[in-house]
Design a protein around this ligand. Structure first.
Ligand SMILES: Nc1ncnc2c1ncn2[C@@H]1O[C@H](COP(=O)(O)OP(=O)(O)O)[C@@H](O)[C@H]1O
Ligand SMILES: [Mg+2]
Length: 300
């Protein structure tokens, strides 16, 4: 069976910049797929080509078995594209906003209230969009993208610039709409977001896909150390470096962090010294995958 999205050897240049430089991946029906990378990686350009908003210079794209370019009217009712929160109609309430978008697709007016409930904005139905918080406006923009009940939804950095609580609320909304059976393609520069939400993630940098797979598989494929941290001062830095199994240790004045490939040995030795105050143990993350692939720290 054909995949929901198939992208092959996609290319797009802007002058000398190879924004998308031979990108290939597929997205399965019902999947939550992430495109992860720092600013300028080529995420938005890739997404806009798939959405049919931009023409590729080369390569193949198929969306729900159709070509998105030139603009394909058969595709539009089946896909939802999240608008920037700033592109709402002015001075309309949240409900009016949704009814207006819905009317473009011939959707009954009552669908607006269903969507407000889906994104947790029922109590904001009569509030004008200018008065919504950043997180509420993002949720409304997602509701607008879903108002015509598309089977495939595109979200371009939906949680950028939100505070941590608003991001978590939005994650719950996104998980819910995926659980309802929709395929989601999301771009993000947040590693934690990709790890939490995505079934599979394509890590992009400089127009290329560096790695593709489920986040846990990418992380386990690394021979990356675990990090054990305790409150600063619990153990002297020299003593920490000398612990059996410790590879490195660093103390930033708040935490003492020890890298190790033998966490049992380190924790046992620290326990013997009664030096486990405030202990935290972390395994590798997608950030380590990026570092391993590019030799650079991940700075979004
Ligand atoms: N319309 C454009 N004109 C010229 N350069 C562009 C344009 N859009 C994006 N770029 C460049 O293409 C590269 C990829 O951009 P983009 O796809 O927006 O990346 P991302 O979404 O990952 O931040 C960047 O170097 C960016 O500066
Ligand atoms: Mg972008």
């Amino acid at each position: 069976m054909a995949q929901t999205i198939e992208v092959g050897e996609l290319r797009k240049r802007y002058g000398d910049v190879r924004a998308v430089d031979g990108v290939t991946f597929g997205v399965d029906e019902g999947e939550f797929f992430g495109i992860l990378g720092p600013n300028g990686a080529g995420k938005t350009t890739t997404l806009e080509i798939i959405e049919g908003l931009r023409e590729a210079d080369g390569g193949e794209v198929s969306v729900l078995g159709m070509r998105p370019w030139p603009r394909n009217p058969k595709l539009l009712p089946r896909i939802g594209v999240q608008l920037q929160a700033s592109s709402f109609f002015e001075r309309l309430t949240a409900r009016e906003q949704l009814r207006t978008f819905g009317s473009l697709y011939g959707v009954p007016a009552r669908r607006a209230d269903t969507m407000l409930e889906t994104v947790g904005l029922t109590d904001k139905a009569d509030v004008r969009v200018e008065q919504l918080s950043g997180g509420q406006a993002q949720r409304l923009s997602i509701a607008c993208a879903l108002v015509h009940d598309p089977e495939l939804v595109f979200l371009d950095e939906p949680t950028a610039a939100l505070d941590p609580q608003a991001r978590r609320n939005l994650w719950d909304v996104l998980k819910k709409i995926n659980t309802e059976g929709r395929t989601i393609v999301l771009t993000t520069h947040y590693m934690d977001e990709a790890e939490i939400l995505c079934d599979r993630v394509a890590i992009m940098d400089a127009g290329r896909v560096l790695r593709l797979g489920p986040p846990a598989t990418l992380v386990r494929g690394l021979d990356a150390p675990s990090r054990i941290s305790v409150a600063s001062g619990v153990l002297a830095l020299d003593a920490a470096r000398a612990l059996p199994g410790a590879d490195e240790a660093a103390d930033d004045g708040v935490s003492l962090t020890i890298s190790t490939r033998d966490p049992s040995a380190v924790v046992a030795a620290m326990a013997a010294e009664d030096a486990l105050d405030g202990v935290q143990i972390r395994g590798a993350t997608l950030e380590d995958v990026f570092l391993d692939l590019t030799g650079r720290e991940y700075r979004a």
